[in-house]
Structures are given as structure tokens and as C-alpha cells.
Unconditional design. Structure first.
Length: 199
């Protein structure tokens, strides 16, 4: 006497459904893993991009401030020479003083545009990197850039003394600019380099 096959069509149908469910779940987790991996790769690339932009921004920022303060010093120098020579209306020194003052004012606008881009990069940094107290402190130091003070030309100076004052003022300019504007960005870059994953 032959025995009827066990399970019948219902068992085969259940196995087929279970197989389909397993395949769907497997496909879902595979896709989720691939998407998570892709998002991680994109985030790391975005972190590296903003890091590179900050490196370039550091150079531009310090150069703009050096140029701006140099123009300010040159304007003061020519104005002092103009006053020493009798403050003639058509004096070449007065024209040069005005030209460098306009140059200084133009550079202020360039600095404002540069700082706007810099601050946008800082917001990107805060969005892409873990929000730690150290990161917030480093970013705040850049947001609170402090202006540097330049000395005024010596009173009743000779032309030679004015030249020495101008040259010395320009020579000493790089150090405070690096300290006030370069170092805060350098410190942030040093911190971010430690947060970036290794290649």
C-alpha cells in the first residue's frame, strides 16, 4: 500500500513563502549595509574636502591681513612725510597716503568675504565632525579673531627715522598676524587631522 506524500501542497507553498521572505530580508540588510557604507565614504570625503579648504583658507587669511596692515602702515608713513614737508595740497606723499588708505579699505572688503567663506567652512566642520567641547572651543577662537595694533609713526621724526619705522613695522607684522589669525586655524587643523580616519 503506497503512502501519500507528507505535507502536501501547503508545505511546499509555506517553504516558498519562507524562502521569499528570507531573500527579501537578506536583500534589505545587504542594501542597508551598502547604503551605510556609501554614506560613511561620502562623509569621510566631505570631511577631507573641508579640511583641505581650511588649509587653503589659512594661507589666504594670513596674507590678506598682512597686506591690509601693510597698506595701513604705508599710508601712515606717507601721511607723516606729507605733514613733515608742510602738508602741501598736491604733495605726492599725500596722494600715496590716500592710495594706500583706499587699498587698506579695499582689503577690508576682501577680508570680510574671506571670513564669510571661512565661517561657512567652520559650520561644515561642526556638522561633519563629532561635537566635542574641544572642537567648540577651537572653532570659537577663530570666530573671535582679534585685531592687532600697529604703532604710529614717531613724532617729529626725520625722513630716515620714518623709513626705519616703516621697515621695522612691516618686518614685525608677520608674527602677530600668524599668532592672531594663523595659529587658531592651525590648532583646529591639528585637531581635525586626528579625527580623520587613516587611509
Amino acid at each position: 500500500m503506497n503512502r501519500a506524500p507528507t505535507g502536501g501542497p501547503h508545505l511546499h507553498r509555506n517553504r516558498a513563502v519562507l524562502g521569499a521572505v528570507v531573500a527579501i530580508v537578506g536583500s534589505y540588510y545587504t542594501s542597508k549595509f551598502e547604503l551605510s557604507t556609501q554614506l560613511h565614504i561620502q562623509k569621510v570625503q566631505s570631511q577631507r574636502d573641508v579640511f583641505s579648504r581650511l588649509m587653503g583658507r589659512r594661507f589666504v587669511t594670513t596674507q590678506l591681513y598682512v597686506s591690509r596692515y601693510e597698506a595701513f602702515i604705508f599710508s601712515d608713513y606717507h601721511e607723516a612725510r606729507w605733514k613733515r614737508s608742510g602738508s602741501h595740497v598736491n604733495s605726492l606723499d599725500m596722494q600715496e597716503a590716500q592710495r594706500f588708505m583706499h587699498r587698506s579699505e579695499d582689503l577690508v572688503f576682501e577680508i570680510v568675504k574671506n571670513n564669510q567663506a571661512l565661517f561657512e567652512d567652520l559650520e561644515t566642520v561642526r556638522a561633519l565632525f563629532p561635537d566635542t567641547p574641544q572642537l567648540r572651543e577651537l572653532v570659537t577662537r577663530i570666530w573671535k579673531f582679534k585685531a592687532i595694533k600697529t604703532s604710529s609713526p614717531p613724532q617729529n621724526a626725520t625722513v630716515e627715522e620714518l623709513i626705519r619705522w616703516k621697515e621695522e613695522s612691516v618686518r614685525q607684522l608677520q608674527t602677530p598676524v600668524d599668532h592672531n589669525y594663523g595659529e587658531p586655524i592651525d590648532n583646529l587643523l591639528g585637531y581635525l587631522s586626528q579625527q580623520l580616519p587613516n587611509e
